[in-house]
Design a protein around this ligand. Structure first.
Ligand code: ZN
Length: 119
């Protein structure tokens, strides 16, 4: 009896004879099984993403922080000039937002990188 099976990874229904045991011991379809074989490759992609998160976070948070330091002197980045046009409260809200989001991104990227280094 052929019948359909469900891939444990992508949840798609495939003919039962096309299911195989993947690296995790679950029954997965052929394409998911191929993906799990390339895990070392996707780990490298994850590292690239973590590095990107760290850099983007530092850039965003750093820009927000620098803008906050410049604001009392009435200065701002040309790129960020628009944030004060809606009023100083909005401008400060956006600065704080940039610092928090940038800090969170950088921290997340940093944690992923240090976790990968320990593994
Ligand atoms: Zn699958």
């Amino acid at each position: 009896m052929g019948g359909l099976g469900v891939c444990a990874r992508c949840q798609s229904s495939v003919p039962a004879e096309r299911l195989e045991y993947g690296a995790t011991g679950d029954l997965v379809c052929a394409s998911c099984s191929a993906v799990s074989l390339q895990r070392s490759h996707s780990q490298g992609e994850g590292l690239t993403r973590a590095r990107g998160m760290l850099i983007a976070g530092l850039a965003l948070g750093g820009m927000g922080g620098a803008s906050a330091l410049m604001a009392p002197a009435g200065l701002n980045f040309k790129l960020l000039a628009w944030i004060d046009t809606a009023g100083p409260a909005i401008g400060w809200g956006i600065r704080v937002f940039m610092i928090l989001v940038g800090g969170g991104l950088a921290l997340g990227g940093w944690r992923l990188l240090t976790k990968a280094a320990k593994a």
